[in-house]
Design a protein around this ligand. Structure first.
Ligand SMILES: Nc1nc2c(ncn2[C@@H]2O[C@H](COP(=O)(O)OP(=O)(O)OP(=O)(O)O)[C@@H](O)[C@H]2O)c(=O)[nH]1
Ligand SMILES: [Mg+2]
Length: 203
């Protein structure tokens, strides 16, 4: 059976880059992405990994406004484990003024209920930000509270390659205690071995 693994978190934390680079780490050179829009329309698109990085990730918040799913076969002790990993729209503390983004966020919240495995990504760098975005949003506490009840849940503290990320990781561990938390760099594919083990254990 294919397990549904959802990658969620606030905008710009690195969800899309993580999904693409994790596929590359697992040996994929090309990916087929099922793009499902909030209006119910869906389409399949093929990307090379560099093309996916170019087209699907970016600096501005809410680059992703739909669900983007990739089927991954992860080599396990006996054969493969089949996982569908889905990239989502960034969650927010406030209600976004743009209707399209509100609908996309509602679509992501709906998908959380269907997920077997929840990967919650947080940007660990810049822990001393006093203006928004601070390290953790109210929505991060809500996700942690909800998702831990569901079992297969982990936090990825991302952007560990950037300044301040160690302090940020310490804050995440302190503020969201008792969760399985993996420090990673989606950019440099660091911590991916641990993520792969977590996903395999959860299948
Ligand atoms: N230095 C560094 N930059 C990263 C890392 N992960 C992501 N980024 C950068 O952060 C920006 C946002 O990455 P995305 O993967 O598009 O983030 P997202 O969470 O999918 O964003 P939305 O789709 O807008 O919610 C991009 O410029 C990435 O290159 C990382 O581990 N280290
Ligand atoms: Mg994205």
């Amino acid at each position: 059976m294919v397990k549904e693994c959802l990658v969620i978190g606030r905008p710009n934390v690195g969800k899309s880059l993580f999904v693409i680079n994790f596929a590359e780490y697992l040996g994929f050179e090309n990916i087929e992405v099922k793009i499902s829009f909030p209006n119910g329309f869906s389409t399949l698109k093929q990307y090379s990994i560099p093309q996916a990085r170019q087209e699907l990730t970016g600096l501005g918040p809410h680059k992703t406004r739909c669900l983007q799913a990739i089927h991954l076969n992860i080599p396990a002790r006996k054969g493969y484990k089949r996982v569908k990993i889905t990239d989502t729209t960034g969650l927010m503390d406030t209600i976004h003024q743009d209707m399209e983004i509100r609908k996309a966020i509602a679509q992501t919240l709906g998908a959380i209920r269907q997920a077997d495995i929840i990967i919650h990504m947080i940007d660990a760098h810049n822990p001393y930000a006093t203006s928004t975005p601070a390290l953790l949003g109210e929505v991060d506490y809500q996700v942690a509270q909800f998702a831990q009840l569901r079992g297969r849940y982990c936090i990825l503290a991302n952007k560990m390659d950037l300044p301040g990320a160690r302090e940020g990781l310490a804050q995440i561990l302190q503020k969201l205690p008792g969760q399985y938390t993996v420090p990673i760099s989606a950019l440099h594919k660091r911590g991916f071995k641990e993520v792969r083990s977590f996903v395999l254990r959860s299948c």
